[in-house]
Structure formats: structure tokens, C-alpha cells
Design a protein around this ligand. Sequence first.
Ligand code: GDP
Ligand code: MG
Length: 719
Amino acid sequence: MEALIPVINKLQDVFNTVGADIIQLPQIAVVGTQSSGKSSVLESLVGKDLLPRGTGIVTRRPLILQLVHVDPEDRRKTCEENDPNAWKNGRLYKGVDGEEWGKFLHTKHKIYTNFDEIRQEIENETERISGNNKGISDEPIQLKIFSPHVVNLTLVDLPGITKVPVGDQPKDIELQIRELILKYISNPNCIILAVTAANTDMATSEALKVAREVDPDGRRTLAVVTKLDLMDAGTDAMDVLMGRVIPVKLGLIGVVNRSQLDINNKKNVADSIRDEHAFLQKKYPSLAARNGTKYLARTLNRLLMHHIRDCLPELKTRINVLAAQYQSLLSSYGEPVEDMSSTLLQLITKFATEYCNTIEGTAKYIETTELCGGARICYIFHETFGRTLESVDSLGGLTTIDVLTAIRNATGPRPALFVPEVSFELLVKRQVKRLEEPSLRCVELVHEEMQRIIQHCSNYSTQELLRFPKLHDAIVEVVTSLLRKRLPVTNEMVHNLVAIELAYINTKHPDFADACGLMNNNIEEQRRNRMRELPSAVPRDKSVLPTEQPPGEGDGPMVCRGKMAGGAQGEQEGGTGTWRGMLKKGEEGQGEDKMKAQSPQKGHAVNLLDVRVPVARKLSAREQRDCEVIERLIKSYFLIVRKNIQDSVPKAVMQFLVNHVKDSLQSELVGQLYKPALLEDLLTESEDMAQRRNEAADMLKALQKASQVIAEIRETHLW
Ligand code: GDP
Ligand code: MG
């Protein structure tokens, strides 16, 4: 198996680079009937006397024998890991030849350098679990052999197939052993050595039978014929070895192991192999080259090589993928800084560009998990802010009593004929003022988002920035303070937008006039309906309303200020749909009620009315109508203003915050950071980053070397 060592060693380097266990060599398991020579075959493959062998049932537990290749230099490390004092105490150099040692799983850190001791421990451990009376157990003994002369390979020695229970063996011993064997050999990554003694009938080989069950195509079964030396006089294994009795795809290999006598005489492996060679030359000269333990080892070598070859393309792909990953990782870390000032300028520019791009939606890195940047600002404007404004009720916080009180307060000492305009202005302003708070909140939200974009840019877009934590912090600081500086300006502007609305209640606003017109028509209609019911009320009512105002001037604010608005005027305006017309319409309607309810008490009823506590009482019909009119007007005007605010606040935020920051970001950053005195400090690389870059570079180098190693192996070693 030593031929594999250089290849495996080279590959090991590759494994170490790309992560262990890329190529797992197949396990090799021996199957066969009891005493057919399985343990002997394994042992001669390993080249060490370490397994208990003998007549009768000897192997009574599976033995998982892991061969571990160690570099002489690595040995110290491996040993110390297992037993910190082993090296110091020179324990490694005691025993057989000092450079090979074994360890059992069940004895933990104990190191065996004497292979006789190992064999003894196997026997003890077998007895411990399976008893001393031929019992078997499926619990494996695990043994690792560390040596510079082996490849990393796992061999499995199994109890032999037996038919008749003896000793402590259960009745179904045959079944139990079969199941135990199948458990190991059904692993597709297991090469099966089907061992049959030459002095038994090959055609009825139990070993081949059980192997065929899990490997019907014979792709991983190698037949081994033992005890060629023990054939009856006058018979030979010619036919068997030629594959004439049973063909085995991967081959039939005859071997001669040490006999019981040899074992008793402590014949060593080397002598045994020499004698085997002599025997084959004498008995089967034509087949000698293709039989024997050495040839078996070579064949296994070849099988393992094939396996390695099959794994190489995948390994190569894996290396290439990793190399590409590390390459891009490395380039994301950036080159070491050469020209500081240009690097600084580049980074600043890159950040500023990314920042603007994130707002514009043209960033390289598009976030998919949540809205960010410009899209989020848009969301804030139209969803968050828009929705909030829409939810502001035009009459929110105003009760009918509030309205009534406002009307009466605006009327002053005299009982009013018309609904006073002042009350409308007063109330509508109060409602408009309520738009200011959500507008300022909108500014705040956009400001927060702009702040978040900084993080976004430094996290995703300008990864290089992470190399220079100080520069990163400085940039964040500059942008943050720029944003902070813009906040009061923008707030002021938004505050002004609301103030502007409050400054002048434009009752001539076309939408307002339209809305009034529409409502007037409704009221007019109601009035007419009422008139039809009370035909006499109209003329008297009309006569009550003074007509001092010259026609023409009627729709100006003067009309109302006097509280003596002309009824006729009102009617006319009502027709043209101004809001003032509406106020009067309301008045007119109330006139009827006055006729009905108040006329009899005219003159002295005013006092009584004023004395009453407004909260608890029921409104008179006139009052109710007054309120209704005012409320409708407020609602209509409020909607106009709300629409304005909904439209103008985002514009103001864009102009005074977003666009301003976008436009001045680059120059602000350059102005504050691009200073010769700061260069050195800002461009101090984080230790972490320098180290990561080195690691990535090393890894890349190792991968490139690994790729080269694979190419070499494929060309030279295998074929
Ligand atoms: P296992 O039960 O299949 O593991 O068989 P072992 O390896 O324990 O061998 C059983 C007995 O057969 C031992 O006494 C071996 O010495 C003996 N033996 C194994 N192979 C040969 C062989 O090729 N020639 C001779 N003469 N004896 C062998
Ligand atoms: Mg055995």
C-alpha cells in the first residue's frame, strides 16, 4: 500500500487547504467462513502482526482498523494532542520501532507501541464484551494505527460465517453474523474481500454468496483464495484461479498465509511473503505474477487509485470554485493603499455616489428584504404621511357645542342674523393647524431614513470602507451632521407651509366656491321643500333680512364683517355658489324657525337664551342649522388645505432636505475630510482587515498550488 503514500500525501495537502474529507478512501472489509484466513489476509496487507488469528472462532467482534498516515514531523503534534506527556516522557520511542503506534477507542489516550500488546488488548476486549465461551458481539472494537508507512484507510475484520452454534452462541448465530456482515459490506464505499480457503469448494463459497447480495455486479468484490498450500495432494487451484469455477469481475487472487505452526513459531510477515512467493513460483509458475499477497496489495492499490481518480474532477471543481470565491473576497478587501490622497478621494466619491444612487434607486446593490433609500422615502411620503393626513378628520376635536360657542362668541353682544364669518375662520384655522404635527413627523421620518442610508451604503455598497474604520466613522459623522444641519431648515419650511395656509383663508379658492355651490344647491333644495310646506314664511323671512349692501360688492369679506349681509345679495351669491351665499342660506333657513319658535318672544328671549348653559341643552333648530353650515364649510375648506399640504410637504422635504443633502454631500465630505493632515489617520487600516486580506491571499495561493498538485497527480502518478 506504500505506493499510494506519495499521492495521498500530496492530496492530503490539498485536503488540508480545501477542508478535510474530500476524498474518502473506501473501507476494506473481509468476509468469509470461520477460519478461512480473513484476519491473516488483513494482517499481511497491513504488514504487521497485530490481529489474533487461530483455529476455531477467534474474531468475535468486528474490528475497525483505521490506518492513519503520519508525517514524522506531524507525529509530535498528534501525540501531544492525545497525550500531552507522551513525547516528553519518551513514551513514543519504546516498543517495536518507535515510529508506529496504536490507540484503541476504548482505552482513550493510552498509546500502544508494542503490537503484541495490541493483539492482547484485542483479545481482552473481545472477551470483555463477548465472554470467553465463543460468544459474538456486534459492538466493534476500534483501533487506530499511526504510521508513516500506511495510507489513511479503514480495514474491517469481521467474524466468520458459521452455521452451527457452539458454546455461548445463540441458536440463530448464522443469521446474526450474516446481518453483522451485511451491515458493513452494504456500504457502497466498501471494497469487499471475499475470502475462501482453497481446500473448500469454491463453487459453494459463502463469502462470494454474501458479497453478491450487496454487490450483484461485482464492482467492488475481490475474491481471495487462501490456504493454497493446504490443498489435497493431487489437486490444485488452477481452475479456480483462472476464474473458470466462478468468475469474479475484479479478479481472483490466491495467497498463502502463515499456518498455525508458523504463528506458533512467530514467523514474521517478511519471511512469510518470501515463502509464499517461492511456493507460487514452484506450484503455479504461470500464475505466480498474478497471485500472492503482494499482488493482492497492488490490486487493492489500483482499486484505491481508481477511486481517487474518480474523485479528482470533483475535487478540482471544488478547488476552482473556492479559488474564485477567495479571489473575489480578496478583491473586495481592496489593494493595499499606495497613493493615500487619491484613495481617500476615491472612497469619498464612491460613498457619495452610492449614497445618491441609493436615493435615486440606481445603487449597485439592490436590497430585496425591505424598502430602502429613495423607495422608502417615497413610501413615507405617500403611504405613511399621505395616509396619516387622510386620517386627520376635518372636524376632529370639534364638537357641535364648540362650533356653536364659537359662532356665538363671534357674534358679540347682539343676537346675530347671519352666521358670522369670523367663527368660520377661527374654526377652520384651528383645524388646519392640526396638519402641522404629521407634517413635521414626515420630515423626521425622512431624516431617519437618510440616516439609515449611510449605514446601508457602508455595509453593502462600499465594502472597502470597512477597511478604514476611522474614515468610515468620519464619513458617518460628516453626513450625520449635514443631515442634522438640514433638519431645522426643513422643519421651518414645513412649519411655514402650514403658517402660509393659516395666514390667509382663501374663500375664493375655486374648489371651495365649487364645493359651496354644490352644497348651496342642496340647501336651496331643502329650503324650497320647506317653503312648499310653509308658503307664508318666505316673504316675511325675506323682509327680515336687510338689503343695505349694494349688489356688486356683496361677495367680499366686508359683507360678513358687518353681520348685516343683504339677504338678496345672499340669494344671488347662493346662485353663483360662493361660500358666503351659503352662510346666508343657513340664516334664511333659520329665519323660518325664528318665525315659528322665537317670534312671539322677540325682544326679551335673548337674555334667557344667553343665560342657559350651552353644554347640556338641546340645540334649537336654528342653532343646529348654523352649526351644520359652519361644519360643512370647514370640511370643504379643510380638504383643500389638506390636499395642499399633502402635496407641498413632500416637495419641501425633497428641496430642503433630500436634494440639498444629495447635492452638497460630495463637497461637504471633501471639504471636511480631504485634508493632508488627516490622511494618515483616516486611512489607518483596521488590523482585522489587514489580517483577513493576508489570510485570503494565503488561501488563494494554497488553492492554486492544490490545483497544480491535482494536475500533476492526474498526469504522472496514476497511469
Ligand atoms: P479467520 O477466522 O478467517 O480470521 O482465519 P484466521 O486468519 O484466524 O486463520 C485461521 C487459521 O488458518 C489460522 O491458524 C491460520 O494460521 C490458518 N491459515 C490462514 N491462512 C492460511 C494459509 O494460507 N495457509 C495455511 N497453511 N494456514 C492458513
Ligand atoms: Mg479472524
